[in-house]
Write a protein that binds this ligand. Structure first.
Ligand SMILES: Nc1ncnc2c1ncn2[C@@H]1O[C@H](COP(=O)(O)OP(=O)(O)OP(=O)(O)O)[C@@H](O)[C@H]1O
Ligand SMILES: [Mg+2]
Length: 452
């Protein structure tokens, strides 16, 4: 049976007693509840944690008042349902909050029944919206998960560059989220209502790519039985996403360069010059500078495309994002498979954190989907994980081009870190398992700068 959706709740109020009593009431009903004692703290919390419903005091001293806090929360995520808490003489403010998208307002003193009814109403509203999204199957409207420093920096950069027409070059290993980020740039830009047109340069045969990009006139070549509008034209007013750009042939590179320099091109087999207004975002998982060195990619095109570089680090370099990514995919796939929300056992999480994720977030997503379908209980344990994860410390992952001494140190470092995580950072237990003294373990942790 499908469990009812339990939203994550945040209470923002400068009065500690309100926070405490409201938290108590909601936790007794099984909700996950956090509190913040100021608007600023609340906004920070919303920016870093998956919150669905906020109770927000309308009058708070200093910094952000309720209205400013509401505005910022809606900016971070318009889908968060906000219930304002109002006192005497705040009727006008409450009206303003309503016009800014607050769900409702509750007067102090709060009534238990009304509080619970409001949360229920908010939960249903969110569920309806999500069900609709799933139906539309629009993956792109889904959030970009990531609170790690590199992801926060990328998100900040996206917000900064989205409103401009700056060309963006997104690099990163396969499965790191390049397409998701490209769409986010488009979706946050003034071009959002126009088309986002994707071209996978690697998937289109070389002799067809020019017609794919620029279109062709009837009879331009054998098989061109009618006029075709190319991707650049389809994207007029919007964004074109050139994926896998390192795979373009030299002649296509030359044509793309001209289209970028002059904002114009001709359809294949046509004399008419076509002008378009298109923002270009491109992506590759190859090292373009190396491709330039090897004469495979035009340097002038590289500089045209790479106005704003965005590099997505591999998942293994942002393991702090793993818990929230796992939670995000668990929520999604449990819902899609009509299962109640599953959990990951602490030790299994430690194993997942230690794995190198060569296929990055796509690999994680697929693995979680498989686990949701196949795991017989609602907690995923170490023995449910694919076998290769449990052998993660194999030598294959340690780069071979270095002295044995260094390789040994790396192995020792990873091995100790993994044992500590598996044992919940219990020093005595880890030292026992490793067969060394506790003092020796402490010394090694200092040596390798291993911290919880
Ligand atoms: N930060 C993220 N939060 C949530 N989902 C993500 C995130 N990054 C990637 N994904 C999901 O992981 C999958 C792979 O992402 P995407 O297709 O954008 O990667 P990519 O870098 O374009 O991969 P490739 O190089 O193989 O084309 C998608 O399902 C995407 O929605
Ligand atoms: Mg991609």
């Amino acid at each position: 049976m499908k469990e009812p959706f339990k939203p994550n709740i945040l209470i923002i109020d400068d009065e500690a007693s309100i926070c405490e009593s409201l938290q108590g009431i909601l936790e007794d009903e099984g909700y996950n509840v956090a509190t913040a004692c100021s608007g600023e703290a609340g906004v920070r919390h919303v920016a870093s944690e998956p919150i669905d419903v906020v109770f927000l005091d309308i009058l708070m001293p200093g910094g952000f008042d309720g209205i400013e806090t509401l505005r910022r929360i809606k900016q971070i995520s318009p889908d968060i349902e906000v219930i304002m808490i109002t006192g005497h003489g705040t009727f006008e403010l409450a009206l303003e909050a309503g016009s800014m998208g607050a769900l409702d307002f509750l007067g102090k003193p709060l009534s238990l029944d009304i509080v619970l009814a409001k949360v229920e109403e908010a939960a249903q509203k969110i569920e309806r919206r999500r069900a609709q999204l799933t139906q539309e199957n629009s993956e792109f409207e889904r959030p970009i998960i990531g609170t790690s420093r590199p992801m926060q920096e990328i998100l900040a950069k996206i917000r900064q560059i989205a409103p401009t027409n700056g060309r963006v070059l997104i690099t990163g290993e396969s499965g790191t989220g390049k397409e998701l980020i490209a769409y986010a740039v488009h979706n946050l830009s003034p071009r959002q209502k126009a088309a986002f047109v994707k071209v996978n340069c690697a998937a289109i045969p070389t002799d067809l790519i020019e017609s794919e990009l620029f279109g062709h006139e009837r009879g331009a070549f054998t098989g061109a039985s009618s006029r075709r509008i190319g991707k650049f034209e389809q994207a007029d007013g919007g964004t074109i996403f050139l994926d896998e750009i390192a795979d373009m042939s030299p002649s296509t590179q030359a044509k793309v360069l001209r289209a970028l320099e002059e904002h114009e091109f001709e359809r294949v087999g046509g004399g008419q010059t076509i002008r378009v207004d298109v923002r270009v975002i491109s992506a590759t998982n190859k090292d373009l500078e190396a491709e330039i060195q090897g004469d495979k990619f035009r340097e002038d095109l590289y500089y045209r495309l790479n106005v704003v570089p965005l590099h997505l680090p591999p998942l293994r370099e942002r393991v702090t994002d793993l818990p929230s990514l796992i939670d995000h995919f668990l929520t999604r796939f449990c819902r899609e498979n009509q299962k109640s929300k599953m959990l990951v056992h602490e030790k299994a999480l430690a194993v997942l954190k230690g794995y190198s994720w060569p296929g990055n977030i796509r690999e994680l997503r697929n693995m979680i989907e498989r686990l949701v379908i196949l795991c017989p209980h609602d907690t995923i344990r170490v023995d449910n994980l694919p076998i290769e994860l449990n052998h993660r410390d194999n030598l294959a992952q340690i780069s071979t081009e270095r002295p044995l001494r260094e390789a040994k140190s790396e192995f020792e470092y990873r091995f100790i870190q993994n044992c500590l995580e598996t044992n919940g950072w219990n020093i005595t237990e880890t030292a026992r398992q490793l067969g060394i003294e506790r003092t020796n373990l402490h010394r090694k942790m200092r040596q390798y700068d291993i911290k919880r």
